[in-house]
Design a protein around this ligand. Structure first.
Ligand SMILES: Cc1ncc(COP(=O)(O)O)c(C=O)c1O
Length: 383
Protein backbone atom coordinates (compact mmCIF):
# COMPACT_ATOMS: atom_id res chain seq x y z
CA UNK A 1 0.00 0.00 0.00
CA UNK A 2 1.24 3.51 -0.78
CA UNK A 3 1.75 6.46 1.49
CA UNK A 4 -1.05 7.89 3.61
CA UNK A 5 -2.79 10.14 1.12
CA UNK A 6 -3.32 12.90 3.63
CA UNK A 7 0.17 13.21 5.09
CA UNK A 8 2.26 16.20 3.92
CA UNK A 9 4.86 15.64 1.23
CA UNK A 10 8.38 17.07 1.40
CA UNK A 11 9.82 19.51 0.40
CA UNK A 12 7.36 22.35 0.80
CA UNK A 13 7.94 25.28 -1.52
CA UNK A 14 6.15 28.14 -3.23
CA UNK A 15 6.45 31.56 -4.86
CA UNK A 16 9.29 32.57 -2.59
CA UNK A 17 11.62 29.77 -3.77
CA UNK A 18 10.58 30.40 -7.38
CA UNK A 19 11.30 34.12 -7.16
CA UNK A 20 14.72 33.65 -5.52
CA UNK A 21 15.70 31.00 -8.07
CA UNK A 22 14.68 33.11 -11.05
CA UNK A 23 16.61 36.08 -9.72
CA UNK A 24 19.80 34.01 -9.73
CA UNK A 25 18.99 32.62 -13.18
CA UNK A 26 18.52 36.06 -14.71
CA UNK A 27 21.52 37.56 -12.89
CA UNK A 28 23.82 35.25 -14.84
CA UNK A 29 25.82 34.85 -11.62
CA UNK A 30 25.34 31.17 -10.97
CA UNK A 31 28.43 30.50 -8.91
CA UNK A 32 29.42 31.98 -5.55
CA UNK A 33 32.70 33.29 -6.97
CA UNK A 34 30.67 35.88 -8.89
CA UNK A 35 27.37 36.14 -7.00
CA UNK A 36 26.65 36.94 -3.36
CA UNK A 37 23.64 34.74 -2.55
CA UNK A 38 25.73 31.99 -0.92
CA UNK A 39 27.48 34.58 1.25
CA UNK A 40 24.14 36.16 2.19
CA UNK A 41 22.61 32.82 3.11
CA UNK A 42 25.72 31.89 5.12
CA UNK A 43 25.34 35.06 7.15
CA UNK A 44 21.60 34.50 7.67
CA UNK A 45 22.13 30.89 8.72
CA UNK A 46 24.96 31.83 11.10
CA UNK A 47 22.63 34.36 12.73
CA UNK A 48 19.82 31.82 12.92
CA UNK A 49 22.07 29.38 14.80
CA UNK A 50 23.82 32.20 16.72
CA UNK A 51 27.26 31.35 15.37
CA UNK A 52 29.90 33.93 14.53
CA UNK A 53 30.76 32.28 11.19
CA UNK A 54 29.21 29.95 8.64
CA UNK A 55 30.79 28.49 5.52
CA UNK A 56 28.48 26.77 3.05
CA UNK A 57 29.56 23.75 1.06
CA UNK A 58 28.37 20.83 -1.01
CA UNK A 59 26.91 18.55 1.67
CA UNK A 60 26.90 17.47 5.30
CA UNK A 61 29.25 14.55 4.70
CA UNK A 62 32.08 16.74 3.45
CA UNK A 63 31.20 19.37 6.07
CA UNK A 64 32.30 16.82 8.69
CA UNK A 65 35.49 15.91 6.83
CA UNK A 66 36.38 19.58 6.36
CA UNK A 67 35.63 20.36 10.02
CA UNK A 68 38.01 17.58 11.05
CA UNK A 69 40.75 18.79 8.71
CA UNK A 70 40.31 22.41 9.79
CA UNK A 71 40.82 21.24 13.38
CA UNK A 72 44.06 19.54 12.36
CA UNK A 73 42.77 15.98 12.67
CA UNK A 74 44.73 13.70 10.36
CA UNK A 75 46.42 10.39 9.75
CA UNK A 76 46.17 7.91 12.61
CA UNK A 77 44.31 10.25 14.95
CA UNK A 78 41.29 8.80 16.71
CA UNK A 79 37.88 10.42 16.45
CA UNK A 80 35.18 9.24 18.85
CA UNK A 81 31.78 8.88 17.18
CA UNK A 82 28.47 7.20 18.04
CA UNK A 83 27.57 4.03 16.11
CA UNK A 84 23.88 4.92 15.88
CA UNK A 85 24.09 7.63 13.19
CA UNK A 86 24.38 8.13 9.44
CA UNK A 87 27.55 6.63 7.94
CA UNK A 88 29.00 10.09 7.19
CA UNK A 89 29.75 10.68 10.88
CA UNK A 90 32.28 7.83 10.75
CA UNK A 91 33.35 8.00 7.10
CA UNK A 92 34.38 11.66 7.56
CA UNK A 93 37.08 10.47 9.96
CA UNK A 94 38.24 7.87 7.42
CA UNK A 95 38.38 10.50 4.65
CA UNK A 96 41.06 12.38 6.59
CA UNK A 97 42.99 9.20 7.43
CA UNK A 98 41.72 9.13 11.00
CA UNK A 99 40.22 6.17 12.87
CA UNK A 100 36.58 6.37 13.94
CA UNK A 101 36.29 4.94 17.45
CA UNK A 102 32.77 3.95 18.45
CA UNK A 103 31.46 4.86 21.89
CA UNK A 104 28.00 3.59 22.81
CA UNK A 105 24.76 5.54 22.90
CA UNK A 106 22.29 6.08 25.73
CA UNK A 107 19.41 3.71 24.91
CA UNK A 108 16.81 6.17 26.24
CA UNK A 109 17.84 9.01 23.92
CA UNK A 110 19.73 7.19 21.10
CA UNK A 111 22.49 9.82 21.58
CA UNK A 112 26.22 9.45 22.25
CA UNK A 113 26.81 8.69 25.94
CA UNK A 114 29.35 11.05 27.61
CA UNK A 115 30.54 8.33 30.03
CA UNK A 116 31.14 5.86 27.19
CA UNK A 117 32.95 8.63 25.31
CA UNK A 118 35.21 9.33 28.26
CA UNK A 119 36.05 5.62 28.50
CA UNK A 120 37.03 5.55 24.80
CA UNK A 121 39.60 8.36 25.07
CA UNK A 122 43.22 7.31 24.39
CA UNK A 123 46.42 9.33 23.89
CA UNK A 124 45.59 9.22 20.14
CA UNK A 125 42.13 10.80 20.49
CA UNK A 126 41.92 14.22 18.80
CA UNK A 127 38.22 14.89 18.39
CA UNK A 128 34.72 13.76 19.25
CA UNK A 129 31.77 14.09 16.88
CA UNK A 130 28.57 14.52 18.86
CA UNK A 131 25.42 13.90 16.81
CA UNK A 132 22.19 15.76 17.61
CA UNK A 133 20.29 12.82 16.21
CA UNK A 134 16.65 13.28 15.22
CA UNK A 135 17.07 16.95 16.11
CA UNK A 136 17.51 16.21 19.82
CA UNK A 137 20.45 18.19 21.24
CA UNK A 138 23.07 16.04 22.94
CA UNK A 139 24.40 16.79 26.42
CA UNK A 140 26.69 19.62 25.34
CA UNK A 141 27.63 20.60 28.91
CA UNK A 142 29.14 17.15 29.37
CA UNK A 143 30.82 17.11 25.94
CA UNK A 144 32.36 20.58 26.13
CA UNK A 145 33.70 19.73 29.61
CA UNK A 146 35.06 16.43 28.31
CA UNK A 147 36.67 18.18 25.35
CA UNK A 148 38.35 20.71 27.65
CA UNK A 149 39.52 17.98 30.06
CA UNK A 150 41.24 15.96 27.34
CA UNK A 151 42.17 18.70 24.86
CA UNK A 152 39.79 17.37 22.18
CA UNK A 153 38.06 19.23 19.38
CA UNK A 154 34.29 18.92 19.84
CA UNK A 155 32.37 18.79 16.56
CA UNK A 156 28.59 18.88 16.54
CA UNK A 157 27.00 16.87 13.74
CA UNK A 158 23.83 18.94 13.48
CA UNK A 159 22.76 17.55 10.08
CA UNK A 160 19.35 16.81 11.61
CA UNK A 161 19.16 19.70 14.07
CA UNK A 162 18.41 23.00 12.33
CA UNK A 163 16.87 25.34 14.88
CA UNK A 164 17.57 23.04 17.85
CA UNK A 165 18.86 24.66 21.04
CA UNK A 166 20.50 23.44 24.23
CA UNK A 167 19.99 25.56 27.35
CA UNK A 168 18.83 28.42 25.15
CA UNK A 169 21.83 28.28 22.79
CA UNK A 170 21.20 27.10 19.22
CA UNK A 171 23.36 24.11 18.31
CA UNK A 172 26.29 24.28 15.86
CA UNK A 173 28.75 26.59 17.59
CA UNK A 174 28.45 25.31 21.17
CA UNK A 175 31.35 22.99 20.43
CA UNK A 176 34.37 24.08 18.38
CA UNK A 177 32.68 23.45 15.04
CA UNK A 178 29.24 22.29 13.92
CA UNK A 179 28.05 20.82 10.64
CA UNK A 180 24.68 20.89 8.90
CA UNK A 181 23.11 19.16 5.91
CA UNK A 182 20.58 20.57 3.44
CA UNK A 183 20.04 17.23 1.68
CA UNK A 184 16.54 16.40 0.43
CA UNK A 185 15.10 14.92 3.63
CA UNK A 186 16.40 17.67 5.92
CA UNK A 187 14.22 20.32 7.62
CA UNK A 188 15.92 23.03 5.53
CA UNK A 189 16.79 21.72 2.08
CA UNK A 190 17.99 22.59 -1.40
CA UNK A 191 18.23 18.95 -2.53
CA UNK A 192 21.87 18.94 -1.47
CA UNK A 193 24.05 21.31 0.52
CA UNK A 194 25.82 21.76 3.81
CA UNK A 195 27.36 24.27 6.20
CA UNK A 196 30.08 24.44 8.83
CA UNK A 197 29.53 26.79 11.77
CA UNK A 198 32.05 28.04 14.29
CA UNK A 199 32.71 30.95 16.62
CA UNK A 200 36.42 30.81 15.80
CA UNK A 201 37.65 33.14 13.05
CA UNK A 202 40.72 30.94 12.62
CA UNK A 203 38.72 27.73 12.12
CA UNK A 204 36.28 29.54 9.80
CA UNK A 205 39.22 30.71 7.67
CA UNK A 206 40.59 27.17 7.50
CA UNK A 207 37.16 25.82 6.48
CA UNK A 208 36.79 28.54 3.84
CA UNK A 209 40.14 27.60 2.30
CA UNK A 210 39.36 23.88 2.31
CA UNK A 211 36.09 24.60 0.50
CA UNK A 212 37.68 27.10 -1.93
CA UNK A 213 40.83 25.45 -3.35
CA UNK A 214 43.06 26.96 -0.69
CA UNK A 215 42.02 30.55 -1.40
CA UNK A 216 41.71 33.07 1.43
CA UNK A 217 38.83 35.54 1.89
CA UNK A 218 39.65 38.68 -0.10
CA UNK A 219 42.68 37.00 -1.71
CA UNK A 220 43.53 36.59 -5.39
CA UNK A 221 42.09 34.00 -7.78
CA UNK A 222 45.40 32.13 -8.10
CA UNK A 223 46.48 32.80 -4.54
CA UNK A 224 46.32 29.28 -3.05
CA UNK A 225 47.72 29.46 0.45
CA UNK A 226 46.85 25.90 1.35
CA UNK A 227 45.71 22.77 -0.47
CA UNK A 228 41.93 22.73 -0.60
CA UNK A 229 39.06 21.13 -2.46
CA UNK A 230 36.37 22.82 -4.51
CA UNK A 231 33.26 22.11 -2.43
CA UNK A 232 31.36 25.30 -3.17
CA UNK A 233 27.59 25.52 -3.02
CA UNK A 234 25.91 27.07 -6.08
CA UNK A 235 23.94 30.31 -6.03
CA UNK A 236 20.83 28.34 -7.07
CA UNK A 237 21.05 26.20 -3.95
CA UNK A 238 21.57 29.24 -1.74
CA UNK A 239 18.56 30.95 -3.35
CA UNK A 240 16.32 28.06 -2.35
CA UNK A 241 17.93 27.84 1.08
CA UNK A 242 17.18 31.51 1.80
CA UNK A 243 13.50 30.88 1.15
CA UNK A 244 13.54 27.59 3.09
CA UNK A 245 15.15 29.29 6.06
CA UNK A 246 12.33 31.85 6.16
CA UNK A 247 9.79 28.99 6.21
CA UNK A 248 11.55 27.11 8.96
CA UNK A 249 10.31 28.88 12.15
CA UNK A 250 6.66 28.41 11.26
CA UNK A 251 7.20 24.77 10.22
CA UNK A 252 9.03 24.13 13.47
CA UNK A 253 6.06 25.44 15.43
CA UNK A 254 3.81 22.93 13.69
CA UNK A 255 6.27 20.06 14.16
CA UNK A 256 6.74 20.89 17.83
CA UNK A 257 2.99 21.10 18.48
CA UNK A 258 2.34 17.79 16.71
CA UNK A 259 5.31 16.08 18.37
CA UNK A 260 3.99 17.10 21.77
CA UNK A 261 0.50 15.91 20.87
CA UNK A 262 1.88 12.57 19.63
CA UNK A 263 3.93 12.23 22.81
CA UNK A 264 0.92 12.78 25.04
CA UNK A 265 -1.28 10.43 22.99
CA UNK A 266 1.35 7.67 23.02
CA UNK A 267 2.82 8.07 26.47
CA UNK A 268 0.38 5.68 28.15
CA UNK A 269 0.70 2.93 25.55
CA UNK A 270 2.13 -0.27 27.04
CA UNK A 271 5.24 -1.67 25.33
CA UNK A 272 6.16 1.58 23.63
CA UNK A 273 9.01 3.81 24.82
CA UNK A 274 9.64 7.45 23.99
CA UNK A 275 12.73 9.52 24.78
CA UNK A 276 12.37 11.32 28.13
CA UNK A 277 11.93 15.07 28.39
CA UNK A 278 15.05 17.05 29.25
CA UNK A 279 14.77 20.65 30.48
CA UNK A 280 18.15 21.42 28.82
CA UNK A 281 16.48 20.88 25.43
CA UNK A 282 15.04 24.34 24.91
CA UNK A 283 14.31 23.69 21.22
CA UNK A 284 14.11 20.25 19.59
CA UNK A 285 14.98 20.11 15.89
CA UNK A 286 12.16 17.56 15.26
CA UNK A 287 13.76 15.82 12.30
CA UNK A 288 12.65 12.34 13.35
CA UNK A 289 10.13 11.11 15.87
CA UNK A 290 11.63 7.95 17.33
CA UNK A 291 9.75 5.18 19.14
CA UNK A 292 11.15 2.05 20.75
CA UNK A 293 9.03 -1.10 20.59
CA UNK A 294 11.01 -3.96 22.17
CA UNK A 295 10.03 -7.25 20.53
CA UNK A 296 7.28 -5.65 18.43
CA UNK A 297 9.11 -3.47 15.91
CA UNK A 298 8.60 -5.53 12.73
CA UNK A 299 4.92 -6.23 13.44
CA UNK A 300 4.20 -2.57 14.20
CA UNK A 301 6.04 -1.42 11.07
CA UNK A 302 3.99 -3.83 8.97
CA UNK A 303 0.74 -2.57 10.48
CA UNK A 304 1.76 1.06 9.97
CA UNK A 305 2.58 0.37 6.32
CA UNK A 306 -0.76 -1.39 5.90
CA UNK A 307 -2.50 1.61 7.49
CA UNK A 308 -0.84 3.84 4.86
CA UNK A 309 2.02 5.25 6.93
CA UNK A 310 4.65 3.75 4.64
CA UNK A 311 7.28 6.37 5.40
CA UNK A 312 7.75 4.93 8.90
CA UNK A 313 11.04 3.00 8.90
CA UNK A 314 13.36 0.88 10.99
CA UNK A 315 16.30 3.27 10.84
CA UNK A 316 20.03 2.66 11.09
CA UNK A 317 22.10 -0.49 11.07
CA UNK A 318 24.76 0.49 13.65
CA UNK A 319 28.07 1.55 12.13
CA UNK A 320 30.27 -0.56 14.39
CA UNK A 321 28.78 -3.52 12.48
CA UNK A 322 29.36 -1.99 9.04
CA UNK A 323 32.02 -4.04 7.24
CA UNK A 324 33.12 -1.21 4.95
CA UNK A 325 33.80 1.11 7.89
CA UNK A 326 35.58 -1.64 9.83
CA UNK A 327 37.72 -2.60 6.82
CA UNK A 328 38.88 0.97 6.18
CA UNK A 329 39.58 1.63 9.86
CA UNK A 330 41.54 -1.63 10.14
CA UNK A 331 43.54 -0.78 7.02
CA UNK A 332 44.62 2.51 8.62
CA UNK A 333 45.50 1.02 12.01
CA UNK A 334 47.36 -1.93 10.41
CA UNK A 335 49.47 0.40 8.25
CA UNK A 336 50.38 2.55 11.21
CA UNK A 337 50.91 -0.35 13.62
CA UNK A 338 48.23 1.01 15.92
CA UNK A 339 45.74 -1.14 17.83
CA UNK A 340 42.30 -1.40 16.23
CA UNK A 341 39.80 -0.38 18.90
CA UNK A 342 37.35 -3.30 18.72
CA UNK A 343 33.97 -1.70 19.44
CA UNK A 344 31.41 -3.02 21.91
CA UNK A 345 28.19 -1.05 21.70
CA UNK A 346 25.36 -3.14 23.16
CA UNK A 347 22.99 -0.18 23.48
CA UNK A 348 23.37 0.67 19.79
CA UNK A 349 22.68 -2.99 18.97
CA UNK A 350 19.59 -2.87 21.16
CA UNK A 351 18.05 0.36 19.84
CA UNK A 352 18.77 -0.55 16.22
CA UNK A 353 16.70 -3.71 16.79
CA UNK A 354 13.61 -2.06 18.29
CA UNK A 355 13.35 1.53 17.01
CA UNK A 356 10.88 3.00 14.53
CA UNK A 357 11.40 6.39 12.91
CA UNK A 358 8.64 8.69 11.80
CA UNK A 359 10.06 11.24 9.33
CA UNK A 360 9.58 14.97 9.88
CA UNK A 361 6.85 15.55 7.25
CA UNK A 362 4.61 13.35 9.46
CA UNK A 363 4.89 16.13 12.06
CA UNK A 364 3.67 18.76 9.58
CA UNK A 365 0.09 17.48 9.36
CA UNK A 366 -3.06 18.76 11.00
CA UNK A 367 -4.18 17.94 14.52
CA UNK A 368 -6.59 15.31 13.22
CA UNK A 369 -3.88 13.72 11.06
CA UNK A 370 -1.68 13.53 14.13
CA UNK A 371 -4.52 11.84 16.02
CA UNK A 372 -4.90 9.37 13.11
CA UNK A 373 -1.18 8.59 13.26
CA UNK A 374 -1.30 8.06 17.04
CA UNK A 375 -4.34 5.80 16.65
CA UNK A 376 -2.60 3.73 13.96
CA UNK A 377 0.46 3.31 16.19
CA UNK A 378 -1.63 2.46 19.28
CA UNK A 379 -3.71 -0.11 17.39
CA UNK A 380 -0.57 -1.65 15.89
CA UNK A 381 1.07 -1.97 19.29
CA UNK A 382 -2.05 -3.45 20.86
CA UNK A 383 -2.79 -5.86 18.00
C1 LIG B 1 23.55 12.63 11.23
C2 LIG B 1 23.96 12.92 9.81
N1 LIG B 1 25.24 13.27 9.56
C3 LIG B 1 25.65 13.57 8.32
C4 LIG B 1 24.79 13.53 7.26
C5 LIG B 1 25.35 13.79 5.89
O1 LIG B 1 24.75 14.83 5.23
P1 LIG B 1 24.68 14.83 3.61
O2 LIG B 1 23.64 13.85 3.20
O3 LIG B 1 24.31 16.24 3.30
O4 LIG B 1 26.03 14.49 3.09
C6 LIG B 1 23.44 13.19 7.46
C7 LIG B 1 22.42 13.17 6.41
O5 LIG B 1 22.38 12.69 5.37
C8 LIG B 1 23.02 12.86 8.78
O6 LIG B 1 21.76 12.51 9.02
Amino acid sequence: MGDHAMMPQWPEFGDDEEKELLEVLHSGKWGSTSGDVVATFAQEFAEYQQAAHAVCLANGTLALAVALRAAGVGIGDEVIVPPYTFIATASAALFVGAVPVFADVDPDTHLLDPAATEAAVTPRTKAVIVVHLAGRPADMDAFTALGARHGLTVIEDAAQAHGAAYNGRPVGAIGDLGTFSFQSSKNITAGEGGAVLTDSAELAGAVYSLVNVGRVPGGGWYQHESVGYNLRLTEFQAAILRAQLRRHPQQQEVRERNAQLLTSLLSGVDGLQLAPDDPAITAHGRHLFMLRLPGRREAVLQSLTAAGFSRASSGYVPLHRNDAVRREAQAITARLGQPYPEPACPHADLVSSDTIWLPQPYLLGTESQTHALATAITEAVNA
